[in-house]
Design a protein around this ligand. Structure first.
Ligand SMILES: [Zn+2]
Length: 181
């Protein structure tokens, strides 16, 4: 293959970079203490779009594989970046600084887990068949990290403002009634 042909392929792959961020076997990734770092365009994280006022920008992530003390395989996921969440009252932007640092414990998909394990909230289990799509994982963790119903502390939406400033429609009506014809 010529250099030019190869380069064209690489350029083509670059356009779908997030789809390439795939780990073939998460358990091997952890066992070999591998590291994956990169960025993801917010525009490619479809499931976040309804919650945002602006889908421009990028999130930085890093994924560190490791083997824990109990022999468990772990992935430490860090995600950072700024997002514009939509206020649930006025739909205006609320700037939110994302700062995720989660230690995920890999478990084979469909594995039997003890009641103790299921109730242990100090451990964060991630069931995987093997293959892991990094963009999906990041999207999942971002969805869990952002507030469920974000609202401005002082929202400018009419009705949410100070009641004293509200215009009383009856006052206007009363004024009209008093007008001579
Ligand atoms: Zn608002």
């Amino acid at each position: 293959m010529t250099w030019k042909a190869k380069n064209n392929i690489i350029l083509g792959l670059g356009r779908n970079s997030s789809r390439l961020k795939r780990i073939t076997d998460a358990f091997v990734f952890a066992r070999e203490s591998r590291v994956l770092e990169g960025t993801l365009a917010v525009s490619e994280l479809d499931r976040l779009h309804d919650l945002l006022t602006d889908i421009s920008g990028e999130l930085a992530f890093s994924l560190h594989g490791a083997k824990g003390k109990r022999g468990e395989y772990t992935l430490r996921l860090r995600v950072s970046g700024q997002m514009s969440l939509a206020c649930q009252r006025c739909l205006g932007a609320i700037l939110f600084d994302l700062d995720i640092d989660n230690l995920l414990e890999l478990v084979p998909e469909g594995a039997d887990m003890s009641q103790d394990e299921l109730e242990d909230d100090t451990r964060d289990f991630l069931p995987v068949a093997g293959e892991l799509f990094v963009a999906e994982l990041v999207e999942d963790e971002v969805l869990l990290a952002i507030p469920v119903a974000p609202r401005h502390e002082k929202c400018g939406f009419p009705g949410a403002a100070d009641a004293g400033e509200r215009i009383n429609p009856f006052a206007t009506l009363a004024g009209l009634k008093g007008k001579p014809n």
